[in-house]
Structures are given as structure tokens and as C-alpha cells.
Design a protein around this ligand. Sequence first.
Ligand code: DHB
Length: 296
Amino acid sequence: MLSLTLTGLKLKNPLMLAAGIMGTTGGSLKRIADSGAGAVVTKSIGLEPKSGHSNPSMVDVDCGYLNAMGLPNPSYKNFQHEIDTAKEGGVPVIASIFGGCSLDFSQISIAIHADAFELNVSCPHAQGYGAEIGTDPILVEEITHAVKNTVDVPVWVKLTPNVTNIKSIGLAAQRGGADAVVAINTIRGMAIDIESGYPILGNKFGGLSGRAIKPVAVKSVYDLYEALDIPVIGVGGISDWKDAIEFIMAGAQAVEIGSAVGNNINIFNEISSGMEAFLSEKEWTLEDIYGMAHQV
Ligand code: DHB
């Protein structure tokens, strides 16, 4: 009832693990696949091994998390076996990758074998990477184009909300040949310890995820659905089945879940049962509710 084809990939449900959480090892990715996810996205992988920013790299704030991990990863040279292990979970495995320029992105994507790529041009706090690239439509188009020319699997582009107009960046990804856009990555934020007066994160500032960002993400999906011809994948603060339904009504073909997985590994099964019960009570299909909020 919840199955779909997303950019050519067959998914048993529209619920995927978002990049950044439980995504560095094949074992944890497989565990999420075994817990009912329709697909899993890896932690972002770059050219060289990176240990990340100094601690604290994550803070629990009201309605979400602030984090500045600093893109820690083992590099693409040490990652294929993790993807291969994750594949044992029997669902599509999407490699999230980052780099400083189009050459970095194509070098990584040519060497990695995954079911799709998600280009991270949206990490809010990495110098020379992420949102420093993803706020420039020319770079986004060039990087997307470079990866599309390198691989023959779907290419998704994950967008930053830290821009004036997310549609112009989505359009740039579409011009570059993206098969889908993913909206949104974290929103730049900061927390200060009032006893000492110091910023809490080792990196001073970071990205906000979780419940707090859901309305921003829903609006971004809504706007991108109107502006683009390619599918939009929604992410940002999804914690229960109602949130997932809301994103699909805003125009998401599928959704990714990140922060909420931290509290509940069984969330994929819970959300899919909730969605199925709701759809059957309403006598609606996934297709029926896709973009439903645009009818008014
Ligand atoms: C990191 C990367 C991101 O894309 C993000 O949204 C948050 C954190 C990181 O590894 O620091």
C-alpha cells in the first residue's frame, strides 16, 4: 500500500533514514533497514578521512538538536564495504557525499557503488564545503552536472534552507540534471552556556534539526514542488506518521527521518503502520495525498 518508485528506485515505503545519523557503518545502516525503513542514506563521505570538530559536537535544545560534527568520515577509500554490508538489509542504499568542488564530487562518485547519490551541498558549518557551495546556484548546477556525467544511478541534491530563495537553488540542481532534490538540511543555530558565557559547541555554531524545523521544511517542500519538475524528498523534524503525511501533502514524494531515530529505532515501522491506518480510514492512496495541499 505504501510502495512507490522514486527516481527509478523501488521502495517498499516512502520512509528513509536521513544522512548523518546511524549512517557511518554498514551494521547500523542494515539495522535501520531491518527496522522497516524503505531506504537508507549514509553519513556524508568525502575525499580524505576526517575526525570532525572538537566536542561538544551536539547539544539537546528545545524541540531539537544543534550539531556541528564537522563531517567526520572514513573517506570514500574506506567505505565501500560499509555500503555492501548495508545492502544486506535488502533496501536501496544511498551514498551521501560531499566535496569542495565538482572534481571532488566526481572523484568520489566514480569510486563508490551505491543505488543513488545524495549530494551534500548544505552542511551549515563546514568551511569550503556544504552550504558554502550550496548557496551558489552556479556551483550547485556544475557539481550536479559533474556527478550526473560520472554515474548511471539517480542523483539527489540536498538543499540548505540557509538561503534567501531555496527555489533558485532547486532550479540550479534541476538544470544540472538532478533526479530529485532533498529539502531541507539543518538550519544554522547557536547555543551559549550562561554560567561561563561560552558558546557550547566546539565549533561555536552548528545546524538545528528536529521538531523545531518542521514548518520551515514543509514550506520549502511546498515551494519546491511548485517550482520544479523533478521529485522533492522532504526532511526536517518528522517525528510521527502525521508529520510524514503532512510532507507528502506539501509535495514530497518520500521523506527522510533523522533526529527522531535517535530516540526510537522502531520509528519506521510505527510511522508506516500509522500512515497505512490513516490512508485506509480515509480511503486515500499515497498518490491521492501527494501534493494535496496545492489544490487550494
Ligand atoms: C554535519 C553535516 C551536515 O550536513 C549537517 O546538516 C549537520 C552536521 C556535520 O557532519 O557536521
